[in-house]
Design a protein around this ligand. Structure first.
Ligand code: FES
Length: 601
């Protein structure tokens, strides 16, 4: 595609197979060699002369959430071919939640680097990213945004729901619910084994508004997923059609030069943050959006996000905040139905991957009566799906998903019962001698970004067995970790700075009193400053931990050197944009003005 620099000359950039030639010191030979090898796979010169769309294949035997990847690739290729392009698929890392040790979040940034570098390294004019399971879509958006070539995000789609003894079930809210019932001895060994075979009824991503569904919806709100592309279940014809359309559109945007930096703007991120709140989305969504925004040069202002939260109702009635499943959202019109309700609160002039604005896409949707997406005047939760907390326990902030919390615990003071790390938790939580009462506050340290490492979804601490068996279903729980988007409870997460970096969480001791006030947005450790100073001094006097058995090396070394805290999206410091150009939400107009001014210089 020709480009016109500021001096008025026209530069024709290489496209297709001529892009990014391998350096042999002779460009003619480089192209000759590249063609010779790919012809070995049976391509003709005519095929190789076309616009090339790379298709990121994240199919993996270890990733059932991407089990439909072969069908999606076939449909994308068909769409590319229909539009006159040539599709070439290539693999990258694939991450599935329950198959990734120590935790999938540890690998997200590695996948983003793989995605970015393989897009840069291989000749392609546009890319279709096939992702679905929790960390894959954020990793792909982070990597492809940094590579900044035209892209379309394609979602694998949610799994179907199953049935257990007459009850509809789906991963993973019901996985947790049944496990909780088993721990409380409400169901026996036979039933927990039986339901294990019913919770996941097909390939695809978790069937509730967990992190995967959240990121699919946020992709559509950002305008980088095709309209209606977030909700079709994995095994439906609608999903395959979206794949074909994504392929077609990928060719189209090479003609118009629609690069991600024109779509992933401050306004788009504000829209996505708004949608995160309105769908009752996963708390992980805020970390991933922060990371993606950081690649484009935007900081997320969490205080402004909290103000946005206070004026944004939760409209989507899906588990874990509500009743329904992703396939119900699809039958109810999917994201276009949500966006139509939210219309007054969105930036309608934000550009989408179709080349039309978000407002134009919303106007194209014809609403119909349904009960899953509530009218803005009759929400399932009035405001503030996610609240941002501050206090002496979390100077850098913490969050709570109040739409999935127990209203009776959101103003609560209690005695801390502290677990130093995951191993300590595992060894004592079910000890019949554990000194714990229902109105205590469970605190888990050292599960933050650097501490675990990888910030595992261990923030959903189990209710101690001795309390669970008496019917206790929820307690206030606090940690520097994350929680699955499929989980629910009065759970304070992402305490920043984390304990491993010496945050105040490291100073909490069993018996301290902690006060949570969601209405005041505060989380306070009720211990005097003098005593905290004494504890900090004692902490620094402790002997350094014994040197690890083997010297730190490889990816783990890179991770620990570069990982940022939750308020920076847990991205690696060196992967974020080299220059920050604005803050979201609440500052989109300012950021756009600044960008315009820069363009005019
Ligand atoms: Fe993949 Fe839930 S485990 S989406």
């Amino acid at each position: 595609m020709p480009q016109t620099p500021k001096d008025g000359t026209t530069v024709v950039l290489p496209r297709g197979l001529r892009k990014g030639l391998t350096n042999y010191g002779d460009t003619g030979f480089s192209l000759f060699l590249r063609k010779a090898f790919i012809k070995g796979a049976g391509y003709t010169d005519e095929a190789l002369d076309r616009t090339i769309v790379g298709v990121v294949n994240t199919g993996s035997g270890y990733n059932p959430c991407h089990g439909n990847a072969p069908q999606l690739i076939e449909a994308v290729k068909r769409g590319v071919m229909m539009a006159g392009g040539l599709a070439i698929d290539f693999p990258t890392i694939s991450i599935a939640e329950s198959f990734s040790a120590p935790t999938s979040m540890y690998l997200r940034n590695l996948m983003s680097m793989d995605t970015e570098e393989m897009i840069r390294a291989q000749p392609m004019d546009a890319v279709v990213l096939i992702g679905g399971c929790d960390k894959t879509v954020p990793a792909q958006l982070m990597g492809a945004a940094s590579a900044n070539i035209p892209m379309v995000q394609l979602i694998t789609g949610s799994m179907l729901t199953g049935g257990h003894r007459g009850e509809r079930v789906g991963a993973c809210t019901d996985c947790r619910r049944y496990w909780g019932r088993f721990r409380a001895q409400e169901i026996d060994e036979q039933e927990i084994t039986e339901v294990n075979g019913k919770l996941v009824a097909s390939v695809g991503t978790c069937s509730v508004m967990g992190t995967a569904s959240t990121m699919a919806c946020l992709g559509e709100a950002l305008g980088i997923v095709m309209p209606g592309g977030a909700s079709p279940p994995a095994v439906t014809s609608d999903r395959i059609r979206i794949a074909e359309l994504s392929g077609r559109q990928a060719v189209e945007i090479t003609r118009t030069g629609l690069t991600p930096d024109r779509i992933l703007t401050a306004k788009a991120f504000e829209n996505a943050l708004r949608v995160l709140l309105a769908i009752g989305g996963s708390t992980n969504g805020i970390i991933h959006l922060t990371a993606i925004a950081g690649r484009m040069g935007f900081e997320v202002d969490l205080d402004a996000f909290d103000r946005m939260s206070r004026e944004t109702p939760v409209l989507v009635d899906l588990k874990p905040s509500g009743q329904h499943y992703m396939e119900d959202l699809h039958f109810a019109g999917g994201m276009p139905a949500v966006l139509r309700e939210l219309r007054p609160l969105l930036h309608l002039d934000a550009l989408t991957v179709t080349g039309r604005t978000l407002g134009e896409e919303i106007d194209a949707f014809r609403p119909f009566p349904q009960t899953v997406v509530r009218p803005i005047a009759d929400p399932i939760y009035p405001a503030g799906g996610i609240a941002f907390l501050r206090g002496n326990l979390a100077p850098g902030g913490a969050i709570i998903k109040q739409s999935a919390a127990n209203p009776e615990l959101m103003e609560h003071e209690g005695r801390a019962v502290v677990f130093e790390d995951s191993a300590d938790l595992a060894s004592r939580i079910d000890d019949p001698e554990l000194d714990v009462h229902a109105d205590d506050i469970l605190v888990l340290k050292h599960i933050g970004p650097a501490g675990a490492p990888g910030m595992p979804e261990a923030g959903y601490l189990p209710i101690p067995k001795k309390l669970a068996s008496t019917g206790v279903k929820d307690m206030v729980r606090i940690s520097d970790g994350r929680m699955s988007g499929t989980a629910a409870g009065t759970i304070v997460l992402h305490v920043t700075p984390e304990a491993a970096l010496g945050g105040p969480l490291a100073l909490v001791r069993s018996g301290d009193r902690i006060r949570l006030s969601v209405s005041a947005r505060s989380i306070a450790l009720l211990v005097s400053d003098a005593e905290l100073a004494r504890r900090r001094e004692a902490l620094t006097q402790q002997p350094a931990p014994a040197a690890p058995a083997a010297p730190l090396r490889g990816y783990r070394k890179l991770f620990l050197e570069q990982i940022t805290q939750a308020d920076k999206g847990c991205d690696f410091a060196f992967l974020r944009a080299t220059e920050m150009v604005g803050r979201v939400p609440g500052h989109a107009a300012d950021a756009a003005d600044a960008a315009d001014a820069a363009d005019q210089e």
